[in-house]
Structure formats: structure tokens, C-alpha cells
Design a protein around this ligand. Sequence first.
Ligand code: XUL
Ligand code: CO
Length: 438
Amino acid sequence: MAKQFFPKIGNIPFEGPGSTNPLAFKHYQADELIEGRPMKDHLRFAAVYWHTMRGAGGDMFGSGTVNRPWNTGECSTKDAITRARAFFEFVTKLGIPFYCWHDRDLASHGKDLKDANAQFDAVGKELKKIQADTGVQLLWGTAQNFVHPRYMHGAATSCNADVFCFAAAQVKRAMDWTHELGGQGYVFWGGREGYTTLLNTDLKREMDHLGRFLHMAVDYKKKIGFKGPFFIEPKPKEPTKHQYDSDAAACLNFLREYGLLEHFQLNIEVNHAWLAGKTMEHELEVAGCAGALGSIDANMGDYFLGWDTDQFPTDLYLTAKTMLTVLKYGGFKYGGVNFDAKVRRESFTEEDLFYAHIAGMDTFARGLKIAAKIRADGRLADFVKNRYRTWDSGIGQKIESGKATFADCERHALKLGNVTGLESGRQELLEAMFNEFI
Ligand code: XUL
Ligand code: CO
């Protein structure tokens, strides 16, 4: 039998809400039907290669703390393959059906691009075998175009055209492997696509270059026959002062302006939404309204810290509101709930990786169940529908269908003389109603 990396931990069972076993699910039961669909298909959980395999627990004041026997600090292909085996042992023990990677967290940057490509190809071949052995699937792949010093000024938005070409080469290869490994989608997070000061930045030119880059990606996708969607992942700041893909609305506007909207959906991340000063459900609504709610990066921030802490999502209100919005827009098709989250550097043992994912999965499972109950109850949706009832007939209907003019509105208002029918928004009542289901 192959070497085990987590020999003391077996497959994580479902034991139900009464269990106190920290290595069991209390709420996530893969085959339990919610609204007629198994939980696993609603949630489509994914684990990330970067935090889980490569994260060392360092922060800006201290070095790594975590025990990760597979992270030897070596860059050889052999080490990369060993890590891949550790990762798949981990995800299969948790029953997580999908995973995600950046090209450069699977293998190293190499001594040059050719060397990096060769390493990536070797690990890619291995991943294909392990995916076939375990049944674990790739949710999405992406290119890490922000760590290497060559990307200091950005990648597609760098002031230097050579850097643009390196970024394009990396995305091309990452798309090849995403396609080869049966990835459901492909993600673009604008790592350093933004600026630190406008004094040295030609914003228009940089945005045009980003548009060009994404068009090239669309052309390449067609060329290789990759059928999954492209996802853009908004984030307002960090590492740059201003990231071009700052929030869902900004991304949608960018995609429309550059004629790219039909090829892209959004991958909404909780902590990124919070950094933008928005709630997760706001960002999901904005994406959903545009028919672009693709996937989510599941984590959460800290209300008192202003940066991307990438904590595991353990807030029931967050997951219930998230799943309520996801269900409203028809659920995930190609996307899923991807744990772009890392354990705290104080949670340094291998077991903590299990506890963290179990916590996230159970919190999402409960959020899903709560959301389904709120939908079955119907009072919340009825309230909203009723609140807008003046638009269902008469002048409201005429305006919505584009048949009314300003003159029609004026005639209507003059006839009424005054508005008398305003009703309470009942926020507190609705919040209490929401609490009934928590
Ligand atoms: C960074 C972040 C990335 C993307 C993929 O904040 O969320 O890990 O999810 O590049
Ligand atoms: Co993310």
C-alpha cells in the first residue's frame, strides 16, 4: 500500500447533529435530498491546492508554522508528485468531489519557462492518473500570474509587453491542462492587474490590454475545444491598491465594454466581497441578475481586520444567505463551493486541516438546509413579491413593458394628487423571521 500522509485519520463519516466526534460530519450528508437534489450536487465542494498543500502558515511578521510533511521546500517533480498524492488522500478522506489549482502551486517556476512547463506537464500527467483512480474531479484551474517578480507591475496589465507574453504563455498552458484534466471551468483572478499609483499608470491602456488578453483566451478556448465557462473573480484591493476587477458590478461592466460578457461568469469570493464593502449576497445578486453567477470561493474575513484573512466559513447567516441566493438563481452548473480558505497559523497540525474543512462543509450544509426551509415556507419571497405588486398591473405594468412615457406618468400622478399607499419595509420583522430558521 502507498505511503499514507494522514495515517491516523480514516474516511470522515456522517454521524448527524447529535455527534460530538470532531472527525465526523454533523450536517453534510452527501446523498441527502434537498429540494429533490443530493446535497453533494447542490454544493459541489472543492478543496484548493494552494492553501491546503502549499500554505506554510507565514504572515508578514513571522515565518511558517504548520506541519506539512509533504512540503519539503524542494522543487523537484518528484516532490510535486508526492504532494499530489498527499492532497488526494486528504480530499478523498473528506469525500470532497472537486479540487482547484494554480499552475505554479502544482509545480515550481523552474529556472525558466521551458523548465516550468516541463515540470507542470509531468505533474499534470500524474494528476490525470490520480483523478482516474480516485474519481476526484477538477472544478477549475488557473494561472498564478502574480508571485514571480516578473509580474511586479501586473501580468496582462504590465507596462512591459514581454511580461504580457509570459502571462499569456502561462494561461495557455494552464488552459491546456484544465482541458486535459476535464476541468469544469477556468478562473481568472486579476492577481496584480491593477495599480499602486496613477502617477505611473496609463489606466486606459492597461484596461485595453486586459480586454485583449481575455479575447485571446476566448480564441484559444475555441481552438482547443474547451467547453467550460471562464470565471472572473472580483477583488477590490490586495495586492494592488486598486484591482481592475474590483467587484461584481465593475467586472460585468468591463466584460460588457470589451464585448466579453457571453464568455464569462463570475466566481464570487466572500472575503473579496467584504473588502469591497459589500455583502456576499449582494455580489451574488448582482452576478445572478446578469445571468453570470458561476461559482463561489467559500471563506470569510474578520469584521475587525481590513485584509484578506481567508478564514474557513463558519458563519451560519453567511452560508444561509449565500445558499438562498444561489438557489434563487438555479444553483451551480459548472461552478461549486470552493474552499479558498486557510487554517490560522496557530492551527498548525494536519488534523486542523480536517477540522477546518469539516467545519466549512457542515456550515454550508446547514446553510443549504436553512435556505431550502426558508424557500419552502415562502413568507419571505411572498413579502418581496407583494411589496412590488403595484408593478403587476395598471401604470406599473405599463412602465415595465416600456409602453409608458413621462407624460403618462405625469397624468397618473396629477390624477392621484398624492401618494397614499406606502407600506412599511418591515426589516426588523423579516430579520426575526429569518432567525426562525437558523
Ligand atoms: C486571491 C484568491 C486567489 C484566486 C485564484 O485572493 O482568491 O487564490 O481564488 O487565483
Ligand atoms: Co479566491
